[in-house]
Write a protein that binds this ligand. Structure first.
Ligand SMILES: Cc1ncc(COP(=O)(O)O)c(C=O)c1O
Length: 383
């Protein structure tokens, strides 16, 4: 029996081992662990990669979101529109920054925020639209940026799961005023622990985020605002600098793995495969299928050595911490139905064709038939 983990990050390390080991050894040799050249180099490389004037490294994706909301100087009581079908930190950051999350249902075909629901949620207090490019698939940016333009709203992108994805040839993270990245280890670009970044073309916002993340100062002994300690860790910056040049290839490898799944799983059981919106180039941080037998399929795969995940088993509005937002069960039927039936299959750049074929084969076996791709492969090997 093969064992397929949900993610395997070690091969990424092996690809960049020499550069990474050398830069970590240099840092440890200098024993300078806060700020410094390693952070500046990473920020410059990230700004270049992301086609934005400024990149500010911070402690996590959550910190990136929270500090952008604080840095935008929004009026008290401002509302920020986002999706309920996301990682909890998206919404946590809004609350922690002192603003009001206004949640929306999803388009069930793509799992992304429904542009129609976002438009309907705009009030006189709305200040920010916060699409999340969930699973590495672009959110409906055309509609949302038009909406932001019409209503005078600030578009901020949660790019935590989608670094390198594009819509209409334009990279996600370049559509709005600012983009928030997470370098959680399993993300498209992942560190050896937590870190994140904000990218923007707006100098005042970049400076404000930098100051807030560093106890409210830009100069060593002058604290302009009350800040926090949410700086990026220097060791993480060094790790990320070593890995960033591989991001595009690793994303291409994720796309290859997604293709193997799509070819192998088409027409298997009641599985609904991910739909790619027109003009989108996803990066498949996650490969999420849908079935009425989600829990049984997850158990079947686990018994055969295949780890799966759920992203996420409950939408944000149904967590006790967010009950006070006042939505309750039934508020967002599409997101609630998705949460009950989605299953994330293993995906990571170095997943091999044989491993993907094993996942496909075991999934097809669960539904009581061979997949078309498996049948074609065995026909080829019989020829
Ligand atoms: C969509 C989304 N937003 C925000 C975050 C928060 O990032 P971090 O874990 O780096 O704080 C994550 C990661 O968990 C995420 O997936």
């Amino acid at each position: 029996m093969l064992k397929i983990p949900f993610v395997d990050l070690h091969p990424q390390y092996l690809e960049v081992k020499q550069r990474l080991d050398e830069s970590l050894a240099r840092l440890i040799g200098a024993s300078s662990f806060i700020g410094g050249a390693a952070v500046r180099e990473f920020e410059a490389a990230l700004a270049g990669e992301e086609a934005r004037r400024f990149a500010v490294g911070v402690k996590s994706g959550t910190a990136a979101l929270q500090l952008v909301f604080e840095g935008l100087d929004l009026p008290p009581g401002a509302e920020i529109i986002t999706t309920t079908h996301t990682a909890v930190p998206t919404v946590e950051a809004i609350v922690r920054a002192g603003f009001k999350p206004v949640l929306c249902d999803i388009d069930p075909a793509t799992y992304q925020i429904s542009a129609g629901a976002a438009a309907a949620a705009v009030t006189s207090r709305t200040a920010v639209l916060l699409p999340v490019h969930l699973y590495g698939v672009p959110a409906p940016l055309r509609e949302l940026s038009a909406l932001a333009g019409r209503k005078g709203l600030t578009l901020v992108e949660d790019v935590a799961q989608a670094q390198g994805a594009a819509l209409d040839g334009k990279r996600v993270g370049t559509w709005g005023a600012a983009a928030c990245f997470s370098f959680f280890p399993s993300k498209c670009l992942g560190g050896f622990g937590d870190s994140g970044a904000v990218t923007t073309d707006r100098e005042p916002l970049a400076s404000k985020v930098r100051a807030l993340s560093n106890h409210g100062r830009l100069e060593k002994f002058t604290h302009e605002v009350v800040g926090v300690n949410e700086r990026i860790d220097t060791l993480q910056a060094a790790v990320l600098s070593a890995k960033l040049p591989r991001l595009a290839d690793w994303n291409a490898m994720r796309r290859r793995a997604a293709r193997w799944y799509v070819e192998g799983l088409a027409g298997v059981g009641d599985l609904v495969l991910p739909e790619v919106p027109g003009g989108a180039e996803p990066v498949w941080h996650l490969f999420v299928v849908r079935t009425g037998k989600r829990d049984e399929l997850a158990r079947h795969l686990a018994a055969r050595g295949v780890q799966t995940g759920m992203h996420y088993p409950a939408p944000v509005h149904l967590h006790p911490a967010y009950a006070s937002l006042g939505y309750g069960k039934g508020a967002f039927p599409q997101a609630e139905a998705a949460a009950a039936s989605i299953l994330s299959l293993p995906i990571y750049p170095h997943l091999t064709e044989g491993e993907a074929a094993y996942v496909v084969e075991q999934t097809a076996a669960f539904f009581g038939k061979g997949s078309r791709a498996t049948a074609a492969a065995s026909r080829r090997s019989a020829d």
